[in-house]
Design a protein around this ligand. Sequence first.
Ligand code: ATP
Ligand code: MG
Length: 180
Amino acid sequence: MKIKTLTLDGFKSFADKTVIEFQPGLTGIVGPNGSGKSNITEAIRWVIGEQSAKNLRGDKMPDVIFAGSEIRAGLNRAEVELVLDNSDKYLDYPHEQINIKRRIFKDGESEFYLNNKKIRLKDIVELFMDTGLGRESFSIISQGRVEAIFNSKPEERRKLIEEVAGVLKYKKEKKKAQSE
Ligand code: ATP
Ligand code: MG
């Protein structure tokens, strides 16, 4: 599975619609301090279902919306779209191309779309669960995260290992079965 494109529109410092095309091979994103590199990784995490505003360096989720600058008024909605090449069927979804979109308005909840069909947050979380891209994964390591892992409690560290081992889905199913 590979990222084909990432489109940010009104997300954090990306007030204008910005399309980033990922070429085959390794991609490096460079730029001065404060130019938006971390915002790009946060956009990827956000579109695949991040639920903690704190993990995105905000207080509440609508903080991801472009808040304005000296020369420009703030916006009232943010949108991120991620297009994935799934021709190796890495994700359990019967399409070679996967298009995920998340949108948020200032006063509202997030809306999610999978290949242009409206879906729930739960569907997105399930799609990425146990793939190494889930919530507790190591695929995206932000500044300070390594220290946080070293300093975490054993139960928290266990969760990370379980995500890597791919057992979260089974634990969730077991819990569901037990409650039925
Ligand atoms: P560094 O090299 O220091 O890690 P960086 O390239 O990772 O920098 P980011 O942290 O991605 O930079 O970007 C920070 C910039 O994004 C700041 O200028 C901040 O004001 C801006 N920013 C963050 N959230 C918003 C928002 N909601 N609206 C407008 N600008 C925002
Ligand atoms: Mg940064």
